[in-house]
Design a binder for this molecule. Sequence first.
Ligand code: ZN
Length: 249
Amino acid sequence: MKIAIISDIHSNLEALEKVMELYQARKAEALFFLGDLVGYGPSPCEVCELMKDFMPSSVMGNHDYAVSYENNSVLDTFNLSAREMVLWTRNRLNEKSPEYLKQLRNLPLLREFSNMTFVHSTPYRPHEWNYIFNIRQAYYMFYEFKTQVCFVGHSHQPYILEKNPNDELELIDSNKIRIKKNCRYIINIGSVGQPRDLDNRACIAFLDITSGTGSYELFRLEYDISKTQQKMKESNLPKYLIDRLREGK
Ligand code: ZN
């Protein structure tokens, strides 16, 4: 079975269109989305429209939650420009496509499918929107899901963690690995619309797996950043958010 996985689109239509081209070209059987469809970027309605058929294989991100639940207490955990964009996005969706707010609200926090777990933040208490900061935290996270692989997003920084049958954990510095039957994995697939690992190209991951063995590969794709930035300028969005797309941080 061959699947594609994407995360953290953040209302960036140009980056999303680019990764969708590769998804179509590589003929994956399904596309899973790990949350944060909206927030930060200039095209929330267009991105929701393009992704609406993939809602049954998507989970909720903290920005989707903040925008769709109108629960302003969650905004305390956001920085100023992120908070501004939650309110801007909510208004934009309310005006033009309120049905998408309902779709975002109905997304689950976690999904399991065929020996894989999909979650935005962490498999332990996903509603707390925590990050996995170090190997020690990651080690304990392996006890919080039952499947062979757990895919996460949220930090916008890709990584691969492999746990072998001796309970040893290795951080693998590569975009491509072989999946071994007797190992388990936590894989962060990075971000489509706002990568933060100093590489501004959009991320899309593919997993090809049969009976616990197979291959995983993360692709990085250039997209028309200037076009996204121009849209952001036209909507008077924060300069800091416009600049960081080019910087990839
Ligand atoms: Zn995000």
